[in-house]
Write a protein that binds this ligand. Structure first.
Ligand code: ADP
Ligand code: MG
Length: 340
């Protein structure tokens, strides 16, 4: 690597670490900051019982979306959903959002209005209010950056740290559908435009209700939302909790569409979308085994799968993914990361 490495050599996660270290050297102290860089949202004390959650995410044209595959309205919904997903991962309740809109001067006004109508549609579902933002010209493509402010009870926030050896690992929903949806869209080979997996990619549903229930009843010991893939996001929990993990691919609950679409694939190739595909926006969490009954009841109440897929181990930093034959599965690229 050369002396002044490029972002493509540094990679997204290592860049964030460097930026966090730079910031640590600042001599400004904040007594109200509970958690800064490193989780799905920053946590700031609001009063003695409550805290604010603050999170930001951007969707960039031709990196995160293409208007060939989605409508402006659906794009608006998704922009807010992916941000809401980070609030869900902390067990929080969303309150306000700000939108930074970056668009070329030649963009049709209607397209922007449609994006905003989509955002409003999603915001209404969670009683979320738009309170500000910024508007700037771009020389290429549209970028939508959203900041959400949410709240949570101080003693109920769920962090990426907190997983303990022996805890069970769970994931909500049907992992891998979004990655397959994108694959089908890219091939332009979809025969059923309304197929569930394409919808899952275009219009993910943030797991706000599940996140709130998992925190309210103190079920989850740690939690993250799956934006980059189960394997990659499990590593964030492992790192912050200083543990290891074993994931059993035979335990994954895969949708019927997934099983049909991937039926000719074998081993790593078969499980790749579920374990390493991005943008599921499901919740990946850990919980003590004594919570199993409560989790079963929650699964029934919410009507979404909450599947036990593995165990937290004391093997710090080691992620084992076990294949259906009991042997480890090895993936060259475990999940999505920018620049690489
Ligand atoms: P997520 O996928 O949940 O949005 P990220 O992997 O994007 O999380 O970010 C991980 C952590 O790093 C978060 O706490 C986020 O706020 C922080 N972060 C990401 N990019 C930057 C940046 N450019 N500057 C400062 N903090 C950042
Ligand atoms: Mg996240």
């Amino acid at each position: 690597m050369h002396k002044n490495p490029l972002l493509k050599e540094t990679g997204e996660f290592s860049l964030i670490k460097k930026l966090e270290l730079l910031n640590r050297n600042s001599n400004i102290e904040s007594s109200s900051l509970i958690a800064g860089i490193g989780d799905d949202a920053a946590v700031v004390e609001k009063d003695s019982n409550n805290c604010l959650l603050i999170t930001a995410d951007s969707l960039v044209e031709n990196i995160h979306f293409s208007l060939n595959y989605t409508t402006a309205f659906m794009l608006g919904k998704k922009c807010l959903a992916v941000n809401l997903s980070d609030i869900a991962a902390m067990g929080g309740n969303p309150l306000y959002y700000l939108v930074c809109l970056c668009a070329p001067a030649a963009t049709p006004l209607q397209l922007i209005q449609d994006i905003y109508a989509g955002m409003k549609n999603m915001a209404n579902k969670y009683s979320l209010l738009l309170v500000g933002g910024d508007t700037v010209a771009s020389d290429r493509g549209i970028t939508i950056s959203i900041t959400i402010i949410g709240e949570a009870k101080k003693d109920r926030v769920v962090f990426r740290h907190g997983a303990k050896k022996g805890d069970h690992i769970f994931v909500t929903g049907y992992p891998g559908d979004s990655a397959l949806g994108l694959e089908i869209l890219r091939k332009g080979s979809f025969k059923e435009p309304k197929s569930r997996i394409i919808k899952k990619h275009i219009s993910p549903v943030p797991r706000i209700e599940a996140g709130k229930a998992l925190s309210k009843h103190r079920i989850a010991s740690s939690m993250i939302d799956v934006s980059d893939g189960i394997a990659s996001d499990m590593r964030h929990i492992m790192e912050q909790s200083m543990v290891g993990a074993s994931i059993f691919s035979s335990s994954l609950k895969l949708s019927k569409s997934y099983r049909t679409y991937c039926s000719l694939r074998k081993d790593e190739e078969y499980f790749y979308p579920a374990l390493c595909g991005g943008e599921d926006y499901e919740l990946l969490f850990t919980a003590g085994h004594e919570k199993n009954t409560e989790i079963k009841a929650l699964e029934k109440k919410l009507g979404i799968p909450i599947t036990h897929i593995g165990e937290v181990t004391g093997n710090k930093g080691v992620l084992e993914i076990i294949g259906t034959d009991g042997k480890p599965l090895k993936f060259e690229k475990e999940g999505f990361a920018h620049f690489k």
